[in-house]
Design a protein around this ligand. Structure first.
Ligand code: HEM
Length: 229
């Protein structure tokens, strides 16, 4: 108990919690993107996939619970780390490299806050149907005769609104920024990387962030341009 408290109170303990909870979300974002990209295969495919997820029942709730805990753990520890860093640094840094590291963690904190805003909006729009109930009120008849929630129509109607599509593209940029910084620092925190490997790992992190950016922005963009209807 005392040792787990000590782990949590230590700066490295907090960074490990940030790394694990962040990694859970990174995994989710990749899976979510791969699932969503089925939009290019038409309404039957995307709606059947959405129904498959819904039919997971209790398993879906376990996954949602895990994501919820990871999310709030990530945000709470980020706030604790920020406070800890601020109080540990009454005078400003003199070394350039440390200033850069502190700039990166400030970027992480604020891009993280923007992502929190995105997530709240995203859930209100697509999951809870609060911001545009007209987008989520459609039903779709699958080939097997099941009538399901028309997720395809919901996404198309959403991204046909220029303000929504553009806002998503901007948020996806901040997501990419957050990921590329986070994955690099996460690998260092958990000690996978010897310093000489850091540039390569940073390149891998940036490439993954760019892939997620392209995959996720392709959807609002192609719908806004009328390529997917
Ligand atoms: C263009 C990009 C995205 C699209 C098209 C998209 C689409 C969707 C849709 C359609 C749903 C509702 C699914 C349903 O009701 O069956 C959903 C739910 C969700 N999305 Fe996204 N999403 C995108 C990006 C993201 C990102 C970047 C995140 C996280 C940072 C995210 C997190 C979530 C979460 C947590 C849910 C709720 C899942 C659940 O209900 O269990 N989404 N998304």
């Amino acid at each position: 108990m005392t040792s787990s408290l000590h782990f949590f109170r230590s700066s490295i303990g907090k960074k490990i919690i940030m790394a694990i909870t962040g990694f859970i979300w990174f995994g989710f974002v990749i899976m979510h993107m791969l699932g969503n990209l089925q939009i290019y295969q038409g309404p039957e495919k995307l709606n059947a996939y959405a129904k498959f997820l819904k039919d997971l029942g209790p398993l879906l709730w376990v996954a949602r619970g895990g994501l919820f805990v990871a999310f709030f753990g990530h945000v709470a520890v980020a706030i604790l780390l920020k406070r800890q860093n601020a109080s540990a640094r009454p005078v400003s840094y003199s070394k350039e490299s440390t200033i850069q590291a502190s700039k990166a963690s400030t970027t992480m904190f604020y891009s993280g806050l923007l992502l929190l805003t995105f997530l709240i909006y995203h859930l209100l729009h697509f999951t809870l149907g609060v911001t545009n109930p007209d987008h989520s009120s459609h039903e779709y008849l699958l080939k097997n005769g099941d009538s399901v929630h028309d997720v395809y129509a919901m996404v198309i109607l959403g991204f046909q609104q220029p303000s929504i599509a553009i806002a998503y593209i901007v948020f996806m940029f901040f997501l990419a920024l957050h990921f590329s910084h986070a994955l690099g620092s996460m690998l260092q925190t958990i000690g996978i990387a010897a310093p000489k490997h850091h540039p390569t790992l940073q390149k891998i992190a940036t490439t993954l962030a760019i892939i997620v950016f392209i995959g996720n922005t392709s959807m609002p963009l192609s719908i806004l341009l009328g390529l997917v209807k």
